[in-house]
Design a protein around this ligand. Sequence first.
Ligand code: BES
Ligand code: MN
Ligand code: ZN
Length: 507
Amino acid sequence: MKISALRADVARHPAPLLALPVLQGDTQDAAFVSLDEAMGGQLAALLARGDLRGTFGETVVVFPAAGTTGAKRVLLVGVGKGADLTPERLRRAAGSAAKQAAKSRAASLAFALPASAVPARDAARAVAEGLVLGAYDFREWKSEDPAAPARVALDEAVLLLPEGADQGESAEGARVGEIVARAENLARTLGNLPGNVATPTYLAETAERIAGETGMSVTILGPEEMRAERMDALLAVAQGSAQEPRLIVLEHRGGAEGEKPLVLVGKGLTFDAGGISIKPAQGMEDMKFDMCGGAGTLGAMQAIAELGLPINVVGIVPSSENLLGSKAMKPGDIVRGRGGKTIEIVNTDAEGRLILVDAISYASRFEPAAMLDAATLTGACVIALGHAATGVMGNDQALLDEVVAAGEATGERCWPLPMFDDYREQIKSDYADIKNSGGRPAGTITAAWFLREFVGEWPWVHLDVAGTAYGDGKISYLSKGSTGVPTRIFVEWVMARAARREASAPA
Ligand code: BES
Ligand code: MN
Ligand code: ZN
């Protein structure tokens, strides 16, 4: 989508669709007033009658009389009280605008940015993200209805700036937002693709394509290389499937040579049947989403490379299926993780942690400056936090604070769970160094403790995205299926680190 930012008369700017944010209870801003004037007071009348209130999430479409305004249609979109306006509210307003564009079959739209306390760059970025995310449509696998009018893709948007908003800042925000949201849409597509298409090989090919397009370097390990690396935990998970596993490594070298990289790790389990500890049939189809952490990692790496962030970043995705059959790992099996610790596999459905620890251990060669990992790791996290927040746990409070802040800034909320030593007891094994399940109590935390056993001397935070990586699509800029989480959190964290590094670098 081509997104530009300019100052223009909202009433006269020509557009098949104009989205106009409406405040609740407050004095409307100049854009509203000028459009209302051009429409002979119709908008003020809607407000007076209570047909339009400006409550957050409200939408009303009006059709100005021919010749009165540049816009053919106007979407009035409620954003709530001016004092409560946040980037996330703007993102959602933009999501509504993109959905209306699809209904109106408009290939372009104008969005009047409201004057607010949100800095111009952040506002433009949020709106650009909302538009690109809202325009996403996963229909590859549906046949077109020949009787229905042809779909029109939204491919252009103009952000109309309020008084005082800097055009350069706004344009820069829109540029960043477009890159981040397009990367997130890539992650959504990878998540939504069925397990028979998005296999480990497919994810590896996707990583190779991203690397080719952005100039990143890519390394792919197959079973042979994994055996040489002694990744027996990852291999144990993969051994029950005809699909070969892959370990995908993308490297963005934007920082100084020799500078320790940030490392992003994402679970790329392309279908989780549970293995011999098989899952119930009900809802098992959703386990195609078990690679969303990996998809977000690939998406984030694409955005980081396209933004050319001045920092070194490595993205690692261990990818496998978890099936059952005569070759599958069995409860009671003991394997040695790449890090050297022996693992008793008491539950083959706790496979995510097995593939992750070999990836985490592999990452030690990069001497991570800090590491985040994201995984649809536990059903327990969905019970604890529902779909409203990603659970975060780690070994470093400052890094945890950074991740929570990145979640807040991007609208992909993160919430900490405690890692008391007590929980560590639950994964002690009678026969091996450690077992892969600590049972039901605090299942999210004992999973994090398992990962922590393989983390080296670097700051690390684990994000359990089981409740947030896919959903019902009720948020205006989303749709049913993959949300793209953790793409935005990952990119935001790396951007914040890059900015901090720039600020402290000697001149
Ligand atoms: N992929 C699942 C976790 C999951 C469950 C994600 C529901 C999204 C929604 C993971 O591999 C798993 O099966 N975890 C087990 C762990 C248990 C056996 C210790 C779980 O949560 O039941
Ligand atoms: Mn599982
Ligand atoms: Zn899983």
